[in-house]
Write a protein that binds this ligand. Structure first.
Ligand code: SF4
Length: 334
């Protein structure tokens, strides 16, 4: 029996290279060794964007299309949308009863969410009851499938702690060992910055999307900020002062290409325009098969909805089985 892994993503629409390198690439590797459940977290999206739902359905679809294009295999992994598995909401109710209020209030996930909300919408933006319950809902997502592990970055390890605590408390209160305390599975993925050197993000306008065409990608890379000391083509440069391009070389280039770039930049043997053009070609070559698959799924959306339907059936079967056990353990009438 393979161990179970659960991971999800908010349906924010078309994904960018940061999502690919930081999350999806890792999922693709994990699905070979684990029984994986991947979900689009649409209820989580509502915790902060309950009043901006015009594009939620399409955004959900776009996220799943990106996953499939990048190599998530629905034959071996269950791909579903959170709201398609209502058992999670019921488990969330039971877990809410056993979770002390102060655990939720001190949870780093919630603190991050509130901070993000305030920075985007001002200090007076209200924190909803649903947002306050975010850590418990996240725990229900994980515990619904009794996941053994959750892939996380080094800065997210603490986010899994509350789930371990809730699972332990439930087991303790009801004298059971039913719930697994999930462990964080550290991924060592490359972090990619945006074209301006800051964190890559759709809202910052500094991202390259997985779905961008080769032409769009090359054009975006041409706009990247480079070493400001280089005015003329043969001015010696410093790759470490190049906001994004050299960092991208380190991610997408071979060690030899990185070494050449550094040498030619420092000696003033390569102009920034040529450097960006070469880099754009390399990135486009890497993403060509992904974009081809993406274009296929865009033209065959019915296949994507079929994949989500199948994934939901698999996820619900597992969820129902676990929920019945939970209800029996608690003593709920059924
Ligand atoms: S040559 Fe390349 S690495 Fe050097 S500053 Fe220009 S874009 Fe950056």
């Amino acid at each position: 029996m393979k161990e179970i892994i659960l991971s999800g993503m908010r349906p924010t629409g078309k994904l960018h290279l940061g999502h690919y390198l930081g999350v999806i690439q890792n999922w693709v590797r994990l699905q070979e060794d684990y029984n994986c459940f991947f979900f689009a977290a649409d209820w989580h999206a509502l915790t902060t964007k309950y009043d901006k739902t015009e594009t939620l359905r399409q955004d959900t679809l776009e996220v799943v299309i990106d996953w499939l294009a990048c190599g998530i295999n629905p034959e071996i992994s269950a791909v579903y949308v959170q709201s398609g598995v209502p058992e999670i909401a019921e488990l969330n109710t039971y877990l809410s009863m056993v979770t002390p209020q102060n655990w939720v209030e001190r949870d780093p996930t919630l603190k991050d969410m509130v901070k993000m909300l305030h920075s985007k919408e001002g200090a007076n933006s209200h924190v909803s009851y649903g947002l306050m319950g975010y850590p418990v809902l996240m725990s229900a997502d994980i515990m619904m499938f009794n996941a053994h592990a959750v892939p996380v970055g080094i800065d997210q390890v603490a986010h899994i702690e509350i789930t371990r605590d809730i699972a332990g408390r439930f087991n303790n209160i009801y004298k059971t060992d039913f719930f697994v305390e999930p462990k964080p599975l550290l991924n060592n993925c490359s972090l990619i910055c945006g074209l301006d050197g800051n964190k890559m993000g759709k809202s910052y306008g500094n991202d390259i999307k997985i779905s961008d065409t080769a032409g769009e990608t090359s054009k975006k890379i041409m706009s990247a900020i480079t070493d400001p000391a280089r005015i003329r083509r043969d001015d010696p440069g410093n790759p470490e002062h190049c906001a994004a391009v050299f960092k991208y070389w380190k991610i997408f280039g071979t060690p030899e290409q990185v070494e050449n770039t550094e040498y030619e930049c420092k000696k003033g043997l390569r102009g920034c325009t040529d450097c960006k053009k070469q880099l754009g070609d390399i990135i486009n070559e890497k993403f060509a098969p992904i974009r081809e698959r993406r274009s296929y799924y865009e033209k065959n959306v019915h296949e994507v909805t079929e994949i989500i339907r199948d994934g939901t059936v698999r996820a619900r079967a597992e969820a129902r089985k676990n929920l019945e056990r939970v209800k029996d353990i608690i003593g709920i009438y059924r």
